[in-house]
Design a binder for this molecule. Structure first.
Ligand code: FE2
Length: 402
C-alpha cells in the first residue's frame, strides 16, 4: 500500500466525523435560518457544451432542493381542444359566466417536469382561451409581458391602449407590460387563441402584479374606449425600414418603446413563402423574427417570437441553446426530435424544446410547414447567458452566434 493510500484510509473516518458534527450543528442552526454546508455544490445542469449525451440531470441533496428541469413535451390539438369545446359549452349555458369566477375560459398547459406549476418552460406560461360570442374580458394592466397567437380563422379582438386589434389566424397581438388591454368576441362563433406570458419569471422575481381599475373604464363589462382605429399601429410601423417621425413610440406605463402591437399572420405567411427559395439557416430553415420596429430588438426584453418555414423533406441540423423554446404548428406537418423523443406534429399542435437539449426539425409532409415559436433567448442574451451550438451530420460541433 502506498503512503498516499494509507493517508486516505486514515483520513476517511475523520472526514465523516467532521460531517456528522456539522450536521449536528445544523439542527440548531436551522432555528436561526442558517445552513452549514455539508455537501458540494451540485448544479442541476452538467457542463452542457461538453456533455455529449446532451441530457440534463437533476442534482440531489440540500444544495439542489426544489430544483426541477423542463421536459420535452407535445400537446396534441386532438387531445386538448375537446376541453376547450367542453368549457365553451358549459359557459354558453351558465348563469354565471366562467369569466366571472375564473377570469378566463381557458386551459393552462403544464410541463410534466415542473411539478404542476402553471408554466411550460422556466419562464413562460401558456393558456389556451376560448371566447364565446359576446364574451368580454374586462380591461386590466399587468407587469408580465403577454401575447396571443390566434388559432381561429377569424373573430375576436383585443384592445390595447385604445387601439382595437381585430384578430385572424396566425396573428400575434402583443400586450407589453404596463399596457391597458381588454379582449372580446363580437362574432357569431367561438374563437380560440393561445396566451403566452413571461409570468413565471415575474413571479420568481416577485414582480407580478395586476391592476383592474382603469380610470374611465366603461359599462358593466368595464372595457376601455376605442380611441384609435383598427390597424393604426400597423399603418405606423407595419412596413419594414420605415419609422414614423411624428409619434411617441412609447405606449402604456412600461419601460421602453413597444409600439407595434399587432403582427398579422397573413403578412408573416406571405413573407415566409416569398423567401422559400432562399437557402435559409441549416438549423432553422426559413426563419423570421418578430421585432420591435423602433429598436430592431426582440419584441420583449424577456421573450422573442419567431416564425419559420420548413420545405417538404427539409431536415434541419441539430442545435441546442441555453434558452427554452415553445412551438406552435401553424401550417403543414412534421416531426421534431429532442432529448430522445420524436414529436410528430400537425396543425395547432404545441410542443416544448427545453434548454440544453439537442433538437432538429423535419418536414414530413407534402406542403410547406410553418412553426411559430417563443423563447427566452432574449432574456438570456440580455443577461449575457445566451449560448448555442450546432452539430453537423458528420458530428462537427460549431458555436453559434444566435
Ligand atoms: Fe392580460
Amino acid at each position: 500500500m502506498t503512503a498516499a493510500a494509507t493517508a486516505t484510509k486514515a483520513q476517511a473516518p475523520l472526514s465523516n466525523k467532521a460531517r456528522e458534527m456539522m450536521e449536528a450543528i445544523n439542527t440548531d442552526a436551522a432555528k436561526h435560518h442558517v445552513w452549514i454546508r455539508t455537501q458540494a455544490n451540485a448544479p442541476a445542469q452538467r457542463p452542457w457544451f461538453s456533455d455529449t449525451s446532451g441530457e440534463g440531470q437533476l442534482a440531489s441533496g440540500r444544495v439542489a432542493a426544489n430544483q426541477m428541469k423542463t421536459l420535452p413535451y407535445l400537446w396534441r390539438w386532438s387531445e386538448f381542444s375537446p376541453y376547450l369545446h367542453r368549457i365553451s359549452e358549459i359557459a354558453r349555458k351558465a348563469e354565471v359566466s366562467p369569466i366571472e369566477f375564473g377570469d378566463r375560459q381557458s386551459i393552462l398547459l403544464l410541463n410534466p417536469g415542473l411539478n404542476g406549476r402553471l408554466q411550460v418552460t422556466n419562464t413562460i406560461r401558456c393558456a389556451i382561451s376560448v371566447y364565446n360570442p359576446g364574451d368580454v374580458a374586462p380591461v386590466h394592466l399587468h407587469s408580465p409581458n403577454a401575447s396571443r397567437t390566434i388559432l381561429s380563422d377569424k373573430g375576436g379582438y383585443t384592445v390595447v391602449e385604445g387601439e382595437r386589434c381585430t384578430a385572424a389566424r396566425g396573428d400575434l397581438i402583443l400586450t407589453p407590460n404596463g399596457t391597458w388591454h381588454d379582449h372580446g368576441n363580437d362574432s357569431s362563433e367561438p374563437v380560440i387563441w393561445i396566451d403566452m406570458l413571461d409570468w413565471p419569471l415575474m413571479e420568481f422575481l416577485d414582480a407580478a402584479w395586476v391592476d383592474h381599475d382603469m380610470p374611465g373604464a366603461q359599462g358593466n363589462a368595464r372595457v376601455q374606449a376605442v380611441t384609435k382605429s383598427d390597424g393604426r399601429s400597423h399603418r405606423l410601423y407595419g412596413r419594414g425600414g420605415i419609422k414614423p417621425a411624428f409619434v411617441d413610440h412609447q405606449i402604456g406605463v412600461g419601460r421602453g418603446p413597444a409600439p407595434l402591437i399587432h403582427y398579422r399572420g397573413a403578412d408573416v405567411l406571405e413573407t415566409l413563402h416569398s423567401l422559400r427559395k432562399e437557402q435559409g439557416d441549416p438549423h432553422e430553415g426559413i426563419k423570421v423574427d418578430f421585432v420591435n420596429p423602433v429598436t430592431g430588438e426582440p419584441v420583449f426584453k424577456t421573450l422573442n417570437y419567431s416564425a419559420q418555414l420548413l420545405r417538404p423533406g427539409e431536415e434541419t441540423e441539430l442545435k441546442r441553446e441555453t434558452a427554452g423554446t415553445f412551438y406552435v404548428a401553424i401550417e403543414g406537418s412534421g416531426a421534431t426530435e429532442v432529448g430522445g423523443n420524436r414529436f410528430e406534429w400537425s396543425q395547432n399542435d404545441i410542443f416544448v424544446v427545453p434548454n440544453f437539449l439537442w433538437r432538429r426539425h423535419i418536414n414530413t409532409g407534402k406542403t410547406d410547414a410553418v412553426l411559430y415559436s417563443v423563447s427566452d433567448a432574449a432574456l438570456m442574451s440580455n443577461i449575457g447567458q445566451y449560448y448555442a451550438q450546432g452539430r453537423a451530420k458528420n458530428g462537427t460541433i460549431t458555436e453559434l452566434a444566435n
